[in-house]
Design a protein around this ligand. Structure first.
Ligand code: SF4
Length: 322
């Protein structure tokens, strides 16, 4: 079954109102777990949530069940949200970047009851966001001039849309940063972008644009968006605005892939891996408990503030380094 309804998404994960909660950790068989609140999964999965699950199943279930963040959203995360919002709007209509960053940083600090963020840090955030937006704009202009290509249709930051995957009996919930129909000398393709503004590079980051591309293909999203017929290739791009060392890049780094009507062996293996991860998510919901799995990702976790295991793991690492 294919579903690309923008207005009727699968039901939200029901667990009562979102609130700040502390979860007790249960140790079983030498591993640590937290229990679910409801036990019933709504069977929808977004690629980014799948990545969170592979890092720490406990963080995944807390987000799914509406646990409000304990730690303040970092300035880097705020910049990411602002940059995504800015590049989705045509340049003349964009709100002031400085005002957007200042208010977002202040709101996030207030929400988390954190001390106000120093002005110097906000100024640095504005500068970072400005450079990233400029890099994206300049790259798009150069690409359009150089290649003999024409963008026939484009949608930036579309509403999330859905596809039912019969293999795992789950709804795949996707929100690419950009979808385009591009005309080139050798024919048309549909382009799908996933843009990363942060420092962290996830080991499975390439699964995200791949799942976006699969859902775009399986749902024929172009028909729904623009009412056009198309049978060609989907080209996905993972776009990094920072290098692996965390420094801002003068031009984006791309990881590209082409999804043809028939998947390659590598892509089929990747899809099998995604199905495996989703079955694991399913099994955790069926058991009613999720493993607490600390690692470098804890630094980005919104629940670090009340997660003893994550804090102890990070303390151990900093002790080892010194
Ligand atoms: S702090 Fe680390 S271990 Fe704790 S929930 Fe977050 S990611 Fe998992």
């Amino acid at each position: 079954m294919t579903n690309i309804d923008f207005l009727n998404p699968p039901a939200r994960q029901f667990s009562g109102p979102a609130k700040r909660r502390h979860r007790e950790i249960v140790v079983r068989g030498g591993a640590s777990f937290i229990a679910t609140l409801t036990g019933a999964w709504n069977r929808s999965i977004a690629p980014s949530k799948l990545l969170t699950y592979t890092d720490c199943p406990a963080q995944y279930v807390r987000q799914e069940e509406g646990d409000l963040p304990v730690s303040v959203e970092t300035v880097a995360q705020t910049i990411g949200n602002i940059v995504h919002a800015q590049i989705a709007i045509p340049a003349p209509e964009r709100p002031s970047l400085a005002a957007a960053v200042t208010s977002a940083v202040q709101v996030s600090a207030k929400t988390a009851a954190a001390p106000s963020i120093p002005k110097r840090e906000i100024a640095r955030a504005v500068k970072t966001a400005r450079v990233m937006v400029a890099v994206v704009n300049r790259t798009e202009e150069i690409a359009a001039r150089r290649r003999k290509t024409k963008v026939l249709h484009e949608k930036k930051e579309p509403k999330p849309f859905f596809h039912y995957d019969p293999e795992t009996r789950t709804y795949w919930y996707v929100k690419p940063d950009k979808i385009q129909v591009v005309e080139t000398e050798s024919g048309r393709f549909v382009g799908v972008d996933d843009t990363k503004t942060g420092v962290h590079r996830h080991r499975y980051a390439n699964l995200v644009p791949f799942m976006f591309g699969l859902v775009v293909r399986r749902t024929h999203a172009w028909e729904k968006f623009w009412g056009i017929e198309f049978e060609g290739n989907i080209k996905t791009r993972l776009v990094y605005l920072r290098g692996a060392d965390g420094k801002q890049l003068g031009r984006p780094e791309y990881v590209v892939d082409t999804i043809k009507p028939q998947l390659t062996v590598v892509q089929q293996n990747r899809l099998d891996g995604i199905h495996g991860f989703i079955r694991d998510v399913d099994a955790s919901w069926a058991r009613g408990h999720f493993r607490v799995q600390p690692g470098a990702h804890c630094t980005q976790c919104p629940y670090l503030g009340d997660c003893k295991i994550g804090r102890e793991w990070l303390a151990l690492q900093s002790g080892k380094k010194s």
